[in-house]
Write a protein that binds this ligand. Structure first.
Ligand code: ADP
Length: 315
């Protein structure tokens, strides 16, 4: 079986440690932590011992090195991560607002993310992939959309599979070309991984059950709806399976959905049942939120087994 491969942004995250006056005053910060949704996802795949690779771009700087070292350490193939001496690795500064929500300051506009391109190394990795994980946040980037479009037909033709985490904001679905690529990816998606409100961006149906039915009718094979602390629900032609979340103290929600998705996917590829895969995925999501830093709570199967044995589920 081939690698699980994804395409997209690598950056670092730096966090405020107080929920005071935001970044308007000096304060202790924590980080840099390796980050970027596709990077978090693929790192978790590697951590579970499954072959993994990512197409990305970083600058020739400490933030890039930090990410590359982490991914390599966790077993991810980084041969298709281009290092651009002329661009900096992107960064995101995050803080909690007093209401518990998060606010970001992004340093991405002229960062190395914009240099992601269909290099020969990317071509080699994608041509041998057994599975492509598509992140919706990357699809508005023409180079990423182009690679996704050119990879999908051959991948499907050789029996490969596709997962899709929409990870989008409503604005991305406003224009015609945005909607077109989202729907073309959806039409070849084996595993769709929306969280809560994202479901409504793909369907005219307000009702959850009807939106799910419409997606299954459109050809999506499996849907796993992420419900934060409440856990997750799985849907396919055979019906619906719910799994409650684990009870943990949340300190940093970033990365939960990506670690969840990676874990569900790998567990299923290893032949685990839907129930087992949901339990592992909920455990991976829950562990992620208990530590600061998007990748700092990533999990091996041994970590997950230990966590599941020791932690109660929400009732
Ligand atoms: P996303 O990060 O994509 O928005 P969620 O917030 O739904 O997705 O989180 C993904 C998964 O992580 C959830 O389905 C759940 O399994 C787990 N999770 C997230 N937040 C918590 C929490 N506070 N307590 C327990 N599990 C959580």
């Amino acid at each position: 079986e081939g690698k699980i491969v994804t395409i997209g942004e690598i950056l670092v995250e730096i966090m405020a440690t107080t929920a005071g006056n935001g970044f308007l005053e000096p304060q202790p910060l924590i980080g840099p932590f390796p980050s970027g949704a596709p990077a978090i996802f693929i790192d978790q795949v590697g951590k579970l011992g499954h072959p993994a690779g990512i197409v990305a771009a970083v600058g020739d700087d400490d933030f890039g090195t930090l990410n590359l070292e982490r991914l390599k350490q966790d077993g991810v193939d980084v041969s298709a991560v281009a290092i651009h001496p002329g661009a900096a690795t992107g960064s995101a500064f995050v803080r909690y607002r007093p209401d518990g929500g998060r606010a970001f300051v992004y340093n991405m506009r002229d960062s190395a993310v914009g240099r992601i391109a269909a290099t020969p190394e990317a071509g080699t990795l994608l041509a041998a992939a057994g599975h492509l994980h598509v992140m919706g946040s990357g699809l508005p980037v023409p180079a990423i959309a182009g690679m996704v479009r050119s990879t999908l037909p051959a991948l499907k033709a050789r029996g490969g599979t596709v997962s899709f985490d929409p990870n989008i904001r409503r604005e991305m679905m406003r224009d015609e070309s945005g909607r077109a690529i989202f729907h073309s990816v959806l039409s070849v998606t084996d595993l769709f991984l929306p969280s809560g409100e994202e479901l409504s961006l793909f369907s005219d149906e307000i009702d959850e059950a009807k939106a799910i039915a419409a997606l299954l009718d459109a050809g999506v094979k499996e849907i796993v709806l992420k419900r934060g602390e409440a856990g997750a629900s799985h849907f396919d032609r055979n019906g619906r399976t719910d799994m409650p979340g684990f009870v943990v103290a949340e300190v940093d929600p970033t990365g939960a959905g990506d670690c969840f998705g990676a874990t569900f996917l790998v567990a299923r590829r290893l032949g685990k049942s839907v129930l087992e895969a949901l339990r592992y995925a909920n455990a991976a999501g829950a562990r992620t939120v208990t530590v600061q830093g998007p990748m700092e709570g990533s999990s091996s199967f041994a970590d997950l087994d230990r966590f599941i044995a020791q932690t109660s589920v929400r009732t």
